[in-house]
Design a protein around this ligand. Structure first.
Ligand code: C5P
Length: 317
């Protein structure tokens, strides 16, 4: 009998409680002040030794994700293999639940899961600093996706400081029937700044600062103050590109949510609610309003990806 060893990891999505966007740098990225929170809406990545690198995708969001070498999880496997002098012979299976082009770092979560999973599968024992530097090469949100919990991100979002959280927060995430491309939303923000005649480059726009009110509310577990302090500079940009998002935001707050906020560059809207019971009520009302296509109940913070070992019998189909 053959035995197959796989590693499976749960890879959580994120919501930005604060997203302050500064000017565009010479390298094309924007200076950010980002407060990240990892939430329980997650993908599951399973890595099994195989002849060659291949990707399969299942789950409710599978149709929207590339099942080939362009997938960021495959790029993570290749990067780690190259860095370790190994052949990237791995079957990566992604069970996709995080909204695609939803601003919730779904691709970054899969990449972080693949890094942690391959580190375990290949018994590399790489330390956190090494995995974080590979993560930053893959994308601005991948370092946070690796760390989980709550953190402040500066630079292009990759320089992290862990933040304390005083209480679990409860959320409803409402998906639109469309996604938004992150580069397109940043480009639209720049176009708006230029046409308003205000500075738009990193030397003209002051670097955004962490909101003290927000991180104090988060640390104290004061959900009402947290709701008050949520803020995303890309929200007016995304709602101007897709005005129907304004109706989604209104439906959630009309349904009793404490606050609504665009997730990252959109198009998912996150609603902060007081508890799990209110989450169910708000989710039902949002769906009934017809202003979203699905509503996911989640809570945060949750930890970053951690490997679980699975031993099965049979072939790696
Ligand atoms: O780093 P990542 O590949 O995830 O970024 C995707 C795109 O988002 C970048 O190409 C850029 O257009 C935009 N971005 C940005 N400033 C950041 C992060 C992302 O302009 N700090």
């Amino acid at each position: 009998m053959t035995y197959l060893r796989s590693i499976s990891v749960r890879a959580p999505a994120k919501v930005n409680l604060q997203l302050g966007v500064g000017g565009r740098r010479d390298d094309g990225y924007h200076e950010l002040a980002s407060v990240f929170l990892a939430v329980s809406l997650s993908d599951r990545i399973t890595l099994t030794a195989a002849e060659e690198l291949r990707v399969t995708v299942g789950g409710p969001r599978a149709a929207d994700v590339p099942a080939d070498a362009s997938n960021i999880a495959a790029r993570a496997v290749e990067l780690l293999a190259k860095r370790s002098g190994l052949h990237p012979g791995v079957h990566v299976h992604i069970d996709k639940h995080i909204p695609v082009q939803g601003g919730m770092a779904g691709g970054s979560a899969d990449a972080a899961g693949a890094l942690v999973g391959c580190d375990a599968l290949w018994n590399l024992g790489l330390g956190r600093p090494e995995l974080l530097s590979l993560a930053a090469e893959l994308g601005s949100d991948v370092p946070f996706s690796l760390v989980g919990g709550a953190a402040f991100g500066s630079g292009r979002g990759e320089r992290l400081t862990v933040l304390p959280v005083g209480a679990t927060t409860h959320w409803v995430f409402a998906t639109a029937g469309f996604g938004l491309s992150t580069p397109a939303v940043f480009a639209e923000q720049e176009r708006r700044r230029r046409s308003a005649g205000v500075p738009w480059t990193a030397d003209g726009v002051p670097s955004p600062l962490m909101s003290r009110k927000l991180v104090d509310a988060l640390a104290a577990g004061d959900t009402a103050s947290l709701a008050d302090a949520l803020g995303n500079d890309l929200e007016p940009v995304a709602t101007s590109m897709r005005p129907q998002l304004t109706a989604t935001l209104k439906s959630g707050t009309d349904a009793g949510a404490l606050a609504g906020i665009l997730c990252g560059s959109g198009a998912t809207i996150g609603f902060l609610v007081s508890d799990g019971h209110q989450a169910r009520t708000v989710a039902q009302k949002l769906l009934a309003s017809g202003t979203c296509t699905s509503a996911h109940i989640a809570a945060g913070p949750v930890p970053g990806p951690e490997p679980e070992e699975i031993i099965t019998t049979g072939e790696n189909g």
